[in-house]
Design a protein around this ligand. Structure first.
Ligand code: AMP
Length: 603
């Protein structure tokens, strides 16, 4: 078998690695550097530049150069460059080809296969686009690996070490992915993943830029897009500068306008307090999903450019109650992991026993009849989120009407209580024998594999009729006619007693908790939601509903307390209580905080 290249195809930079002499080794590019900027620029004739040169040309030849196209992988977006249109996967193919050619020169052998990492929340379309990009670059991409999973592998380094549970905190330019990883013997198991697809370094840039505007009497949303871009770029430079220096002067020049602002970490944190709050949400969620407490966690591995921010590192340290934060070079972890994965795929003797298990990041289920409101089916879970892949689950359903002729099994992805609030992936319709309700039954099997393919098998128990649908999960863009149809549906709606504010609030509360939980707790919340549905819609009894609502509120409060009790002080107090400049004294203080926190010291 030929050599397999591990590739971290990043939004900002890309890297390559191979498994060599018992370890993962990064491959330098033609400049002797490991990072190749993910930038493509077209020159005269058929000339194309990739990497450092292309990055320079972004400023000098903006119409011929392009960056950050990874964000649009799997979408229909096209970039017009030099009079031709390019899809994101075609642009990524140029980057992959450059990495491949540099690697071939360095290693002195031809490379035909690669494993490529993608963000954990990339949907199937984006994953397919990544595979296509590989193909366009002359690379067979049989395996895709989630970026945090690759970082987890890199953290184990391919060796068997002591058993441990840790967090991988992957914080990039536009997304945050948190994975909970359990390692024992030679198994690296991803137990739970969570994230925020709309939180990243660019949000900090925006908050700094908004602060700058406030100080200069400018309206951030009202200024010209060009000035906004200039301020944002300057904010980004200032933010990056703070990972080297304690304070920095942010300078902006745009035509006649000149302005400057002093910035240090405290000011940055104050300006972006809400972003810090959002960081804690997915951490809390993976701990709950994985049924772990912060005290079970041996360390946090930081990956992604935004983890270079000292304020982010401080916040994580505070959240984790002290010192056990491992800051490995955030730029290299994912690539090193893809190198290990390439070694596993090559079945190399020194690594072939290392096993990485990954999970399904969302719930897969079907819609079931809602006694209270026949128009809105409820989500019935078949494969629970965070199930280990590949996985297969079976469920049984029965008819709900007398002499019903067909059963339609709607296939949904998502965490919402109502099936139609989740992503509709497809439907399997089968004929049943006419009989009294509940007499005819069907068996439904869902099988979800490591490449994101879902197979749904439906069998009618009385007749043995079988139907299968193979679905590649992926959020489709909603076509305009579908959007028009949905708007028309909404306009047709009339108000119902259930729409009273209070009921709406408590129901929404329950639905959020339902989406946040798994297992027995989720079932219990679901049962209560079903009951209030019944009282409000079927019985239309506002008095009983009111009484029941009070009970629900108290139950939801308990659930909320339970969810919050994961051993972390989530209080969003004044930042002075958690942000301290790094120094030796402070390290001592942090150590002490950790001991207090873990009960090793008593007041
Ligand atoms: P990534 O997607 O992992 O390449 O991360 C890109 C993000 O990391 C961008 O928002 C950058 O502004 C941010 N970033 C890169 N280097 C630094 C640094 N030294 N300090 C702070 N943020 C950084």
């Amino acid at each position: 078998m030929g050599k397999i290249l591990g590739i971290d195809l990043g939004t900002t930079n890309s890297l390559a690695a191979v498994w060599q002499e018992g370890k993962s080794v990064l491959i330098p590019n033609s400049f002797g550097e490991y990072l190749t900027p993910s930038v493509v620029s077209f020159g005269e004739g058929s000339m194309v530049y990739v990497g450092k040169t292309a990055k320079e040309r972004l400023v000098s030849h903006p119409d011929q150069s392009v960056a950050v196209f990874k964000r649009f992988m799997g979408t229909d977006k096209k970039y017009k460059l030099n009079g031709k249109k390019y899809r994101p996967e075609e642009l990524s193919a140029f980057v992959l080809r450059k990495l491949k050619e540099d690697a071939q020169l360095y290693l002195g052998e031809m490379i035909e296969e690669a494993v490529v990492s993608v963000p954990a929340y990339f949907n199937d379309k984006a994953r397919k686009a990544t595979k296509n990009a590989g193909e366009l670059a002359g690379l067979k991409v049989e395996r895709i690996i989630n970026e945090p999973s690759a970082a987890a592998l890199a953290c184990r380094g391919g060796e068997s070490k002591e058993d441990e549970t840790f967090l991988v905190f992957d914080f990039g330019g536009g997304t945050l992915d948190v994975s909970l990883v359990d390692c024992f013997d030679n198994i690296v198991e991803i137990i739970a993943v969570s994230g925020d697809n709309h939180l990243g370094g660019s949000d900090f840039d925006e908050e700094i830029a908004r602060q700058f505007c406030r100080e200069h009497g400018l309206e951030f949303d009202g200024i010209s897009s060009q000035r906004r871009r200039i301020i944002l770029e300057s904010a980004n430079r200032a933010k990056c500068g703070l990972s080297e220096k304690k304070d920095i002067v942010m300078k902006v020049t745009d035509g006649d306008f000149k302005g400057q602002m002093d910035l240090d970490n405290k000011k940055l944190i104050k300006a972006s307090a809400s972003l810090f709050q959002r960081i804690s949400v997915p951490v809390k969620k993976v701990l709950n999903d994985g049924k772990k407490n912060m005290l079970d966690i041996s360390k946090a591995v930081l990956v992604g450019g935004s983890c270079k921010m000292p304020a982010v590192q401080q916040y994580l340290r505070h959240m984790m109650g002290g010192y056990h934060l491992t800051v490995m070079d955030p730029d290299y972890m994912v690539a090193l992991g893809t190198g290990i994965y390439a070694g596993i795929k090559e079945r190399r003797e020194d690594i072939k026993d290392l096993l990485l298990t990954d999970i399904c990041p969302f719930t897969l289920g079907t819609g079931i009849f809602n006694e209270g409101d026949a128009k809105r089916t409820l989500m019935s879970t078949i494969i629970e989120r965070n199930s280990v892949l590949p996985c297969s689950r079976r469920a049984h359903f029965q008819t709900v009407f007398d002499y019903q002729k067909h059963v339609a099994v709607g296939i949904y992805q998502g965490e919402e209580y109502y099936a139609d609030n989740n992503i509709h992936l497809g439907e399997v319709k089968v004929d049943v024998l006419p009989a009294l309700k509940g007499k005819e039954t069907i068996t439904v099997d869902y099988t979800y594999d490591i490449n994101g393919i879902l197979i749904v098998d439906v069998e009618v128990d009385s007749t043995g009729e079988k139907k299968r649908q193979v679905i590649t999960t992926g959020e489709d863009n909603i076509p305009p006619e579908e959007m028009g149809r949905r708007i028309a549906e909404l306009e047709k709606m009339t108000f119902h007693p259930a729409d009273q504010e209070e009921n709406q609030m408590v129901t929404a509360w329950g639905e959020r908790l339902y989406a946040q939980t798994t297992g027995v707790l989720r079932d219990e919340i679901g049962k209560r939601l079903d009951h209030i549905q019944h009282l409000l819609y079927a019985e239309q009894n506002p008095y009983k509903a009111k009484k029941w609502k009070r009970k629900m509120e108290s139950f939801f409060k308990d659930v909320e307390n339970y969810l919050n009790d994961v051993g972390i002080d989530w209080g969003q107090e004044d930042i002075d209580s958690w942000y301290v400049e790094e120094s030796e004294d402070n390290e001592e203080q942090q150590e002490e905080d950790w001991l207090w926190y873990n009960g090793h010291l008593t007041h």
